[in-house]
Design a protein around this ligand. Sequence first.
Ligand code: ADP
Ligand code: MG
Length: 140
Amino acid sequence: MKFTSKSPSQTQKIAAAFSKRLRPGSVIGLVGDLGAGKTTFVQGMAKGLGIDPEYYVNSPTFTLVNEYRGRGTPLIHVDLYRIEKPMEGETLGLEEYLASDAIVAVEWVERMPELEKRMTESVEIRVAGDNRREIEIRQC
Ligand code: ADP
Ligand code: MG
C-alpha cells in the first residue's frame, strides 16, 4: 500500500490506522533516511494502539530499546541507528520481546539481518519534499 503524507500529523494518522490492523507478535521494520519520519511513524502507531505518550518508558539498560506500555498490547520501539556492527539480538534482549505478544517496531532494521528476517511488515518512508513523504507498506 502506498500513501502520500504532507505533514508529521498526517504520517501519524497513517501509522495509527496501520497499527490497528497489527496482531501481537508483529515485527515492523522501518526503512528510510535520517529525518524521513520513522520515529514520527512509531509515535503514530502508539496513538493508534491507544497508548498515552506518558507511557513511553525509556529503558534504563538498553538505550536502543524503549517501550510504550499502556493497558493493551505493548509497543516496543527499537532504534538501531547507533549500533556499531551487527549484533546478536540476544544482546539487546530482543528475543524476549519477540517471544512475547508485544508489537515490535524497528528503525534501521537493515543493521540487524537476523531481525530483518523476522519482519512481518515493512514501512518504507521516502522524503519527497520539505513536508512531503511517500510511505510504502508491505507485508513480508
Ligand atoms: P527519523 O526517525 O526517520 O530520523 P523523525 O521522525 O525523527 O525521522 O523526524 C522526521 C522529521 O521530518 C521531523 O522533524 C518532522 O517534523 C519532519 N517532517 C516533515 N514532514 C513530515 C511528514 N510528512 N511526515 C513525517 N515527518 C515529517
Ligand atoms: Mg528516528
